[in-house]
Design a protein around this ligand. Sequence first.
Ligand SMILES: NC(=O)C1=CN([C@@H]2O[C@H](COP(=O)(O)OP(=O)(O)OC[C@H]3O[C@@H](n4cnc5c(N)ncnc54)[C@H](OP(=O)(O)O)[C@@H]3O)[C@@H](O)[C@H]2O)[C@@H](O)CC1
Ligand SMILES: Nc1ncnc2c1ncn2[C@@H]1O[C@H](COP(=O)(O)OP(=O)(O)O)[C@@H](O)[C@H]1O
Ligand SMILES: [K+]
Length: 491
Amino acid sequence: MKILTAAQTRQLDQATMQEQHLTSVELMERAAEALVEWFCQWLDQEQAGEVLVLCGPGNNGGDGLAAARLLHQSGYQMRVALLPAATQAADWQHNRLHLPEAIAVAEINEGQLPEIQPNTVVIDALFGTGLARPLGGLAAALVRHLNAARARVVSVDIPSGLYAEASQPRENVAVRARHTVSFGTPKLAFLLPQNAELVGEWHVKDIGLSEPFIACSTSPWHYTDAAAVAGTLPARPRFSHKGTFGHALLLAGSRGKIGAAVLAANACLRGGVGLLTARVPGCGYDIFQTSVPEAMCLADPAADYLSELPELKPYQAVGIGPGLGQEDASLAVLRQLLEAATAPAAAQQRPLPLVIDADALNLLGRHREPAGATARKHGAHPHPKEFERLTEPARDDYHRLELLRAFAQRYRCLVLLKGAYSCLATPAGELHFNSTGNPGMATGGSGDVLTGLLLALRADARLRPFEAARLGVYAHGRAGDLAAEKPATRV
Ligand SMILES: NC(=O)C1=CN([C@@H]2O[C@H](COP(=O)(O)OP(=O)(O)OC[C@H]3O[C@@H](n4cnc5c(N)ncnc54)[C@H](OP(=O)(O)O)[C@@H]3O)[C@@H](O)[C@H]2O)[C@@H](O)CC1
Ligand SMILES: Nc1ncnc2c1ncn2[C@@H]1O[C@H](COP(=O)(O)OP(=O)(O)O)[C@@H](O)[C@H]1O
Ligand SMILES: [K+]
């Protein structure tokens, strides 16, 4: 799914109206209906008590007015408060006229902010994608008043005061919503950790916006949902054999971190690799062979860390990093691997795919390796701290995305910034945010599992690098989501 800018969203509205011969009032009605449908499923009338709708002067406020009417018709007890402005949008005026008289309406002023109790349910329809500047004056006072009330807030389209895709100073005032109900496509702001407290849980409702317009729009931002990965996993043909799916080499483990190698290896096997060989330090040989009998194992001559790179010829992909440790000898192995994988002497049909993670990235970061030489044609997947070691400290989440994008473009590699909504940057400058995964995965070992899964998919020559990475990240999060759905086992 594409993520569009606020400006593109406005064009999308226009295109939808033209394509479907709709008036803007009709489109606004669709948005309000979608909001109300969500609202009624979330909270029934008895539980809701009084619902207060705060309306700004634009179309976001118009959505709020239309929703107030529809909720009133559904039996909710409604109250509306209007933010004064010199002018109001035409569709706002239409919906103001059609607001049933039974709904109490008040105009907000400095001396008389609406009463909001902790148990009041508030629909925030002050400002949407038309926010043009930071909130000030009465609007800021109202939002501070709302946030202080600790009421249950549902924001329409986006929390008022938050920009859809631009960085803003932390001192800017914005609504803290419990839920945000948006239309058509998600906003970039929803995917960034710095906005989590404002956006709350977000929901995107389909209001039939123009598919052809969305398909033709260019955007660097994408949201990887089930539809994006559907059909990308190649089938396992009837007459396939282990050679069909590739032979992967995993370089992992050091004393005290052999578990990382085991986790990555198991995930690689579960990911469908044809053959897996792991290179582990001598101390890990017995552990590894006992834990992962399906994999082959090469013991390094050093007991506690990896010190030598094995012959690479048999392998279709190499993964390095999980539990590798920080020894200089292991950095030398990593350097040799990077050289061998890119050197023409490798004489491969395609450059040897690498999956670089965890301690391997820390080694690169600590030694400030020239990233171009290292990351080229490879895939790296740091979490934010590892990424900062490779680049520079980010000012905020938007800056981190810029750094990520620039890194992937400059060094022509795929880079995955891990976390909630892990972000995969491509050499073409696209950013693909993953939709799956949950906080249960925020535990040591989850990243090692991802490395193993990605290694399996990169070893399968039938998958293109980007598709393998996007699919691996999606499947990893989906596995976590399926695990979270299972009832906890009590002992
Ligand atoms: N996309 C879709 O599919 C659909 C979108 N729809 C809805 O339309 C919404 C976008 O509506 P919109 O363009 O009218 O902008 P909106 O957010 O109401 O704000 C504009 C008003 O606020 C004012 N204003 C701005 N900043 C301000 C500030 N800091 N402080 C004070 N005032 C400020 C600005 O005034 P001005 O800047 O001219 O002074 C103007 O009056 C969108 O979010 C969605 O809810 C649906 O109806 C249909 C389907
Ligand atoms: N809150 C979250 N929501 C979704 N996915 C998460 C969350 N926290 C962690 N993950 C996923 O779990 C993995 C953790 O990786 P990493 O930080 O490298 O951990 P490890 O220490 O296990 O190597 C990443 O794939 C990340 O996307
Ligand atoms: K809003």
